[in-house]
Design a protein around this ligand. Structure first.
Ligand code: ATP
Length: 352
């Protein structure tokens, strides 16, 4: 498996260094023969190539079997004509990575704000309210007069259908329960179509229990009783917000793994951003990116029918559970170690 590795900005280089060590460790332990191709994105690419991402990088990623993207300083990239392209948007759009799979679970030994739970948010990743990517050319957010802005939301039958299918297929491997999250009381046509398509796909999965919730009420439900949920399927922006909440409820935003998957490509990417407030201080939690790398290996293993990759993905999740229980982790999740030491302890645990 060839994986392109892009460390990114802020805490990206520190957390990606740990992730690379972890990938090399599981490659040795499970005989995966991973080939890591190191390149740059974000500010480093802007400095070297005049753009945060380049067409030649895209071609390289298309030819590879997977991509690991570190967090990038998206907030600082404002002008595409100056090469300031949001790398996350770029790869999601160019590779049609329509399913954003964001698991959130509690860990034994890690105090969390609610009871134990284990759920996955399945977020549509290519349309919705994301005005910088929901049309073929240009942006769909317009300044109508200097005081009036219109932002368009795109919902298509095809995108609803394929994200629903991802959710139901995932639910079949877990607790066989899908919760549809929407705002159909206000966005009657768009979210009405989203619910209809989810229900249509649901008929192909009669074993799966289905319910639906309005997004604002869902925020209260997941805080009150997150253990009631298994797979939550929702549109782009609702999923973005809801999954940060569920990651934080699990103990820390620094624990939220995230896979962006399409038909032919996938990208592991931490759920959090570049966290400039803690960059370069050896305090960032690397587990979000490490868990995302595990998800990428699992995706490849499932797609190609390679049990060793599935075992490697499982080993990464189990090592995370064990590391947190032993306190071999960063301060945000109750440990005393820095980022690099957390990585060294993790690799030792994997190879023990
Ligand atoms: P960006 O502009 O790139 O989105 P941000 O700081 O606005 O960056 P996040 O990076 O998501 O947004 O960070 C939100 C908060 O969570 C920050 O206070 C940050 O320090 C903390 N945080 C994010 N990621 C981690 C991590 N891996 N480990 C520890 N704390 C983190």
């Amino acid at each position: 498996m060839k994986i392109v590795v892009l460390p990114g900005d802020g805490i990206g280089p520190e957390t990606m260094a740990v992730t690379v060590d972890v990938l090399e460790a599981v490659s040795r332990r499970f005989g995966l023969r991973l080939e890591l191709d190191h390149d740059v994105t974000g500010h480093e690419s802007l400095k070297r190539h005049g753009a945060t991402v380049t067409q030649s990088l895209l071609q390289k990623v298309k030819a590879a079997d997977g991509l690991m993207l570190g967090p990038t300083a998206t907030y600082e990239f404002k002008d595409e004509s100056k090469g300031e392209i949001n790398p996350s948007k770029f790869f999601r759009k160019e590779l049609d990575l329509y399913a954003n799979i964001r698991p959130a679970r509690t860990y034994p030994g890690l105090p969390n704000k609610v009871g134990a739970f284990d759920l996955v948010v399945v977020r549509e990743n290519t349309e919705g309210f994301y005005a910088d990517r929901n049309i073929a050319s240009g942006g769909s957010e317009m300044l109508i007069t200097k005081d009036v802005v219109v932002s368009l939301r795109r919902i298509t039958r095809e995108c609803c259908e394929r994200i629903a299918r991802s959710a139901f297929e995932l639910a079949m491997t877990r607790g066989k329960h899908v919760s549809i999250v929407h705002k159909a009381n206000v966005l009657r046509i768009g979210d009405g179509m989203f619910i209809d398509m989810c229900q249509a796909v649901a008929r192909e999965f009669p074993e799966v229990r289905v319910d639906d919730f309005i997004v604002d009420a869902m925020m209260a439900h997941v805080v009150r009783a997150p253990e009631r949920y298994d797979v939550i399927v929702t549109t782009n922006m609702f999923g973005d917000i809801l999954s940060d909440l569920t990651a934080e409820l699990s103990g820390s935003l620094g624990l939220g793994g995230s896979l962006n998957a399409g038909r032919d490509h996938a990208m592991g990417q931490a759920q959090h951003g570049s966290a400039p407030d803690i960059a370069g201080r050896d305090v960032a939690n690397p587990f979000s990116l490490v868990l995302s790398a595990g998800q990428l290996l699992g995706w490849h293993g499932q797609r190609k029918g390679l049990p060793d990759f599935l075992r490697a993905a499982q080993a990464i999740e189990e090592a995370t559970v064990a590391a947190i229980a032993a306190g071999d982790c960063t301060r945000d999740v109750g440990g005393k170690l820095g980022t690099a030491a957390t990585g060294r302890a993790f690799v030792q645990r994997l190879l023990a």
